[in-house]
Design a protein around this ligand. Structure first.
Ligand code: IMP
Ligand code: MG
Length: 178
């Protein structure tokens, strides 16, 4: 697995430090609120499980699965719900937890759909942000790292369902996907 990685972009230690910071920020901002963390499967599970434990106030969690990329590296523009939330979100202060904000298509679709269910508020927390790739206007409220336009894997992010278990964020060698 390691031989497919060109460079390490964000180390395990950097991620751990940042996740603590994000957890502290969220804990401060949501003290008097009704926090619900919504993890978008599968890419955000690793981030979610660490972030959740860095949050020191009461929090609920739920999961949703959508597809926008298929198995490849380019967006298809098609977003499909594969698994919906288990619970109604009316009145909750929702934070959508995502691995990466890329074109923004996936998140803009999810935000619009969740907005129609009357939550008290919706914000976004992404581990990574690739602003150069944005095609729709979506901003992340809590962001770990802004990264260049390179295809990355690890810490939950995959290529063809592989590399999610790498403990760092690495750039995949282009020959692997081209
Ligand atoms: P968007 O709809 O283009 O913003 O894409 C969001 C989704 O695409 C993320 O949740 C990831 O699953 C996937 N994605 C985007 N960029 C990368 C990457 O560099 N590596 C792995 N997955 C990515
Ligand atoms: Mg993915």
């Amino acid at each position: 697995m390691l031989e497919d990685i060109q460079e390490v972009l964000v180390t395990q230690e950097q991620i751990a430090g940042k996740v603590k910071e994000l957890g502290a920020l969220i804990s401060r901002d949501y003290q008097q609120k009704n926090l619900l963390l919504v993890s978008i499967l599968k890419g955000s599970v690793v981030f979610m499980s660490d972030l959740l434990r860095a949050v020191t106030i009461p929090a609920r969690i739920d999961f949703m699965s959508v597809s926008s990329y298929g198995a490849g590296v380019k967006t298809s523009g098609v977003v499909k719900i594969i698994k919906d939330l288990d619970m109604p979100i009316e009145g909750f202060d929702v934070i959508i937890v995502e691995d990466i904000l890329d074109s923004g298509l996936t998140l803009s679709y999810i935000i619009e759909m969740l907005q129609s269910r009357d939550p008290h508020s919706i914000k976004i927390c992404t581990l990574l942000d690739k602003p150069e790739r944005r095609s729709v206007d979506v901003k992340t409220d809590y962001c770990g790292f802004v990264i260049p336009d390179k295809f990355v894997v690890g810490y939950g992010l995959d290529y063809s369902e592989k590399y999610r278990n790498l403990p760092f964020i690495g750039v995949l060698k282009p020959e692997i996907y081209s």
